[in-house]
Write a protein that binds this ligand. Structure first.
Ligand code: PEP
Length: 255
């Protein structure tokens, strides 16, 4: 089975200097505690403009580097967009697609997300496909229906188990300081696992990340939940201390 993935989504934060120093600090902290890599893999997703620098820095280190999004197209007249082949060319190994901020702020549909996933697969990049319900949907008892629909429509039909991972990120938990309860995480991850097993051969091997206000003090409990294969971390990934604190808490539970 895969190691537990500690993935940081840096979003649109930082500068060239600060992202360089954050990545250097993360690499040196991991190297100071090499046993962490027995249980955890590490990934950071910096703003695309800093990707090439961070890939250079992370070369020959335990830190993997990924993109935060990609275009639905591979090349052409798409001003401002970044294609999957460009991300691969810069050394990205993973790419987040369908983050709730893309779905909400940019109005992205699951069909577009699936198209992005296909471009990533063609470029040899593993897609991190995000799904998550809003608080209104959860309160209406529709969380599972929403997640099922997002999975069925966002995962490209030609995908195999090794082409992607899923990140379950309840929208109301992102950046709110309030993570989902361990009971809700356990239930939803079990349901997602069952859906993946129905959809994809070897669906039981696909990592399912949890995202939404993960911090060092809740990471241990969340990491111990069955079918939680890692974390997608926003705010707490912007400081090496908290990013590594999450990894250490997960490591203590998993080792
Ligand atoms: C995210 O944006 O994917 C996220 C999980 O953010 P945070 O950890 O800040 O809740």
């Amino acid at each position: 089975m895969n190691a537990f993935l500690i993935a940081g989504n840096w979003k649109m934060n930082g500068s060239g200097v600060s992202s360089h120093s954050l990545a250097s600090q993360i690499i040196s902290d991991i190297e100071k505690t090499p046993s962490l890599t027995d249980t955890c893999d590490f990934l950071c997703c910096p703003p695309h403009i800093y990707l090439l620098n961070i890939v250079g820095l992370a070369d020959n280190s335990p830190l993997l580097v990924g993109g935060q999004d990609c275009s639905t197209e591979t090349e052409g007249a798409f001003t401002g967009d970044i294609s999957a082949p460009m991300l691969a060319d810069c050394g990205a190994q993973y790419c987040i697609v369908g983050h709730s901020e893309r779905r909400t702020i940019h109005g992205e549909t699951s069909q577009q997300i699936a198209k992005k996933g296909e471009c990533l697969k063609e470029s040899g990049i593993k897609a991190i496909i995000c799904v998550g319900e809003t608080i209104t949907e959860r309160k209406a008892g529709k969380a599972l229906d929403v997640i099922k629909e997002q999975l069925k429509t966002s995962i490209p039909s030609g995908f195999n188990a090794q082409d992607f991972i899923v990140a379950y990120e309840p929208v109301w938990a992102i950046g709110s300081g309030e993570a989902a309860s361990p009971e809700d995480v356990a239930e939803m991850h079990r349901d997602i696992r069952n859906i993946l097993k129905e959809m994809v051969d070897k669906g039981d091997t696909i990592r399912i990340l949890y995202g939404g206000s993960v911090k060092p003090d809740n990471a241990g409990e969340l990491a111990g939940i069955e079918n939680v294969g890692g974390f997608l971390i926003g705010g707490a990934s912007l400081k090496a201390d908290s990013f590594l604190g999450i990894a250490k808490a997960a490591h203590d539970v998993l080792s």
